[in-house]
Design a protein around this ligand. Structure first.
Ligand SMILES: Nc1nc2c(c(=O)[nH]1)N[C@H]1C(S)=C(S)[C@@H](COP(=O)(O)OP(=O)(O)OC[C@H]3O[C@@H](n4cnc5c(N)ncnc54)[C@H](O)[C@@H]3O)O[C@H]1N2
Ligand code: MOO
Length: 402
């Protein structure tokens, strides 16, 4: 074996012992995308009474056996104000969509099928008894659980929660993920890079991914490659008390890669460092006090791929959701040589064809190349020591969530 930790073992170590965060109560208009923390039962029956589905006349089916039928109008029922009286034999009430069905009536005649003259209406056509009547509870009943714990709330869920008379919902608190970029060479976008500097991109991409996964990213900025600066940055991170600290860069073995030593100096419990994966070999995991710390390699593609494969599942676990790291079958779109000891995650395009999904890896897979990531829809997954493969062979992919 390579001595490097397999990808699945690394993920298992990161997720070990993670329990979902506590619930908080949030107003409905802020619930989109949040994870429901408890079953929600209706406080109402809907509709609360038998109601009309059309504008027309509420009548008794028995009076409509022979047509045309002439009925006397005894009142009006509209949405918001019902007719308090009763519809007796030979009688009808004017009614509008959404209005309560008056006592005695059991059928709605739509106004297109009737002619009104003063207080009389002549019904020319009528449907079966109960036509155009929505029965009480047709939609849902008080006490019925319509939203189940663990659901990621979508617009229709929020609409039904409102209809059930819930102005707010219990949802899982969003995990807080602190992001720390390391490197003397980095300048924030819009800044003024010196001759040996580049623009920092990782915290923005990874932060966006965290937000989409349901977490709140906290950008702790850029820290210089100095032990004192690294130490101070870890203190700032601890003060924010996030659930997760993600360091970006400085994970490798060079003299200026200070994350590992910095964490050790702070007394962090280090889990693993270096895994059998490309990109992402120097991935690091440990715990600093209550924080889970993931040290992501600085190469931009390594940072993004590791964030999707390891940090997003951690965020999901903190939200009580399954990891969602599903691999899918596809067809290889180009020839590939034998793989080495690292599990490969190759940026590839994904096309739907009559034969199935075709994944075609890009020729250059350098982990510095963000433009290739941007032009990819999936990662082609090649296990360690996978044999050479030809176009048309089956392959495994994970869809990119970037
Ligand atoms: N002797 C060895 N050298 C390297 C190894 C190794 O095993 N032995 N591993 C290589 C691999 S694989 C990777 S990946 C990188 C990871 O290095 P670091 O995590 O220490 O990352 P840095 O050196 O800080 O940066 C790498 C690269 O990425 C750029 N970078 C860093 N942060 C950002 C950012 N926030 N936004 C944009 N770009 C960033 C940085 O400028 C470097 O170019 O190590 C290899 N070396
Ligand atoms: O892991 Mo590094 O990501 O191969 O470039």
């Amino acid at each position: 074996m390579s001595g490097l930790l397999p990808v699945a073992d690394a993920l298992a170590a990161i997720l070990e012992g993670v329990t979902p965060l506590e619930a908080e109560t949030v107003p409905l208009d802020l619930c989109l995308g949040r994870v429901l923390a408890a079953d929600v039962a209706s406080r109402r029956t809907q509709p609360p009474w038998d109601t009309s589905a059309m504008d027309g006349y509420a009548a008794r089916a028995a009076d409509l056996a022979g047509l045309p039928a002439e009925l006397r109008i005894v009142g009006e029922s509209r949405a918001g104000e019902r007719f308090g009286g009763e519809v007796g034999p030979g009688e009808a009430a004017r009614i509008f969509t959404g209005a309560p069905l008056p006592t005695g009536a059991d059928t709605i005649v739509i106004q297109e099928d009737a002619d009104r003259r003063g207080d009389t209406v002549t019904v020319r056509e009528a449907g079966r008894p109960g036509r155009f009547v929505r029965r009480r509870g047709l939609d849902f009943r008080e006490g019925e659980v319509l939203l189940e714990a663990g659901r990621v709330l979508a617009p229709a869920d929020i609409a039904i929660a409102a209809a059930m008379n819930h102005p707010e919902l219990p949802v899982r608190r969003r995990p807080r993920v602190a992001l720390l970029s390391t490197g003397d060479e980095l300048v924030a976008p819009g800044g003024d890079p010196g001759p040996d500097q580049i623009i920092a991109s990782n915290a923005y991409g990874v932060g966006a991914m965290m937000r989409r996964a349901g977490a709140d990213p906290i950008d702790l900025g850029i820290v210089a490659d100095k032990p004192e600066a690294t130490s101070a940055a870890f203190d700032r991170a601890s003060e924010e008390s996030p659930e997760v600290l993600v360091t970006l860069g400085g994970a490798s073995v060079g003299e200026h890669d200070l994350v590992h030593a910095g964490l050790e100096a702070k007394g962090a419990k280090l889990g693993f460092w270096k895994i059998a994966m490309r990109p992402g070999k120097p991935l690091m995991f440990g715990r600093l006090g209550p924080m889970r710390v993931l040290g992501l390699p600085g190469n931009p593609v390594s940072s993004m791929v590791c964030a999707q494969l390891f940090v997003v599942p951690l965020v999901k676990a903190l939200l009580g959701l399954p990891p969602d790291t599903q691999e899918e079958e596809a067809i290889l779109g180009g020839d590939l040589g034998e793989n080495d000891k690292r599990q490969d995650y190759m940026r590839a395009t994904l096309k739907k064809t009559p034969q199935g999904l075709v994944a075609t890896p890009h020729g250059r897979q350098d982990s510095s190349m963000l433009a290739t990531l941007h032009r990819s829809q999936c990662l082609l997954v090649r296990p360690p020591f996978a044999p050479a493969a030809k176009a048309g062979d089956p392959c495994r992919i994970v869809r990119l969530d970037v």
